[in-house]
Design a protein around this ligand. Structure first.
Ligand SMILES: *[C@@H]1O[C@H](CO)[C@@H](O)[C@H](O)[C@H]1NC(C)=O
Ligand SMILES: *[C@@H]1O[C@H](CO)[C@@H](O)[C@H](O)[C@H]1NC(C)=O
Length: 468
């Protein structure tokens, strides 16, 4: 009896060590992807294999504080940050199921490389063998992995190179002397004074909140009025800061007031074409350099000015909102109040239209929006699904999208990719007190003829504004 138990136990032990040995090589390869290296693969395995958990992972991805390693990886391939969950990455590395492993003999297991390749054939689970086999295999791996290893489009290499160049130039700028004297006669002080004067002359006056409050009063059936008023308060706060710092800077350059450390920061930032911290602290997120930032700011102010003068536009320029989430809530709230449906039962459906810029009228319900750019994929107007990016085209402008509110449980299930919308390409933000991210806006469902996994691995996201 004891002998039998002993034999059974030994068999179990051998089986266990076999499966563990089989697992090792898989982990070796999966660990190529640092986004998951800190995760206990085995314990997450069953959890992650379940498709329904994916959305959950996507949602928390925005709020999890990133590790240093994540950060390094994000610098290398910025697209990798979001949307890449363990399951989507691992599925690209095929591996035998547990059941199959149990049944296979040693000779069959030796064939494993053919089961475990990504597209190029360079990355696979190496053949079982002594330690040296694995080391030899790892030595054959390229020093600079291609984007496809991470499931990216080859355009991701361009994005990575741009990022590296940007970092290099930023470092060079830091070493630049700030106060050069003599030269061509125009000192930095003179140049900055002219620049400040130029910006001040272009900046429109603050919005008249009182007059706008009268024209667009708080109405039960029109939440957009409230949205507009809140936006105006936020923009006024930003433009008055810009105006104040610029005026002070000019005085400081003339020697009329003290050049405080804040003003010096404004001076230095403007000198190298960056947005001063004092503005950024009061601003919507933006990665644009100073010139484009100001152009973008003027365009936003003009968008609101048009709204104030001519009433709400037929198509809302979604990039123009300071706090985009309040606009989205406003649209839902209008619908909820019109049809007396509780707002928490409502969500949006998304119709991507053929038009790019203008619509002849307002939709009966919901809102038309424009101004989104797709990164990592593009919209195919013929087939009306998302399609692979064209080579060397990093961003593709999405046509007008109709945000159509409806009761969530009545939505038809179609094959879509839940594309996250971010304000900037940083694709990360901090959670504010309202529970909203400073960068993530919402998920839009885009029709797709590929699996969700494909686009998640591509890191496809929509951006409200570009970096230049
Ligand atoms: C909202 O209600 C007011 C008065 O109750 C009405 O005059 C106005 O036309 C309504 N607006 C909309 C957009 O339904
Ligand atoms: C859309 O996709 C089809 C089929 O893949 C392709 O032939 C066509 O060129 C694409 N059109 C556009 C505008 O990208």
């Amino acid at each position: 009896m004891i002998r039998q138990t002993y034999i059974v136990l030994t068999v179990i032990l051998i089986l266990c060590s076999l499966t563990t040995a089989n697992r090792c090589p898989c982990e070796l390869v999966v660990n190529e992807n640092p986004t998951i290296s800190n995760t206990d693969l085995a314990s997450l395995s069953s959890f992650m294999d379940d498709d329904s958990t994916k959305d959950y992972i996507v949602q928390v991805a925005d709020s999890i504080p990133s590790t240093n390693e994540d950060q390094e990886m994000a610098n290398l391939y910025p697209l990798i940050r979001q949307r890449k969950s363990l399951s989507t990455t691992r599925r690209r590395f095929k591996r035998p199921s547990w059941a199959a492993v149990g049944k296979r003999s040693f000779t069959l297991i030796r064939k494993r490389p053919s089961w475990a390749q990504v597209e190029s054939g360079t990355y696979y689970v190496p053949i079982d063998g002594p330690h040296q086999n694995y080391v030899d295999y790892i030595r054959t791996l390229p020093l600079n992995p291609l984007p496809e290893v991470y499931g990216f489009h080859s355009n991701a290499d361009i994005t990575k190179d741009q990022q590296e160049t940007q970092t290099l130039f930023d470092s060079i700028l830091l070493t630049l002397p700030k106060q050069t004297t003599g030269g061509e006669g125009r000192t930095p002080s003179v140049v900055m004074d002219e620049l400040a004067a130029d910006i001040l002359s272009k900046l429109p006056a603050d919005f008249d909140t009182e007059a706008i409050g009268k024209k667009y009063p708080v109405l039960y059936n029109e939440s957009m009025n409230t949205v507009l008023r809140q936006e105006i308060i936020r923009y006024n706060r930003l433009t008055s800061e810009v105006r104040k710092t610029l005026a002070d800077l000019r005085k400081a350059i003339k020697g009329l007031v003290l050049m405080s450390s804040e003003l010096e920061e404004v001076f230095n930032a403007m000198f190298i074409g960056k947005v001063p911290n004092a503005w950024a602290a009061k601003s919507y997120p933006s990665l644009k350099p100073l010139g484009s930032y100001l152009n973008d700011l003027m365009a936003r102010l003009k968008f609101l000015q048009n709204w104030i003068q001519n009433g709400p536009p037929f198509v809302f320029w979604i990039s123009g909102f300071f706090f985009t989430q309040s606009f989205l809530t406003g649209v839902l709230q209008n619908y909820a109040r019109k049809y007396t449906i509780p707002i928490d039962k409502l969500a949006f459906e998304f119709d991507v239209l053929q038009e790019d810029n203008d619509m002849p009228n307002r939709p009966d319900d919901g809102a038309f929006i424009k101004g989104l750019f797709l990164e990592g994929a593009r919209w195919n107007k013929t087939t009306r699904v998302i399609d692979e990016s064209l080579p060397k085209v990093l961003f593709d402008a999405l046509p007008i999208i109709w945000l159509r509110p409806g009761i969530t449980e009545n939505f038809a299930t179609v094959n879509t990719y839940s594309c996250p919308v971010y304000k900037t390409s940083a694709r990360r933000g901090v959670l504010s007190t309202t529970g909203h991210s400073t960068n993530f806006v919402l998920l839009i469902e885009l029709p797709s003829d590929q699996t969700k996994r494909h686009w998640i691995n591509r890191g496809v996201a929509a951006l409200c504004q570009l970096d230049d």
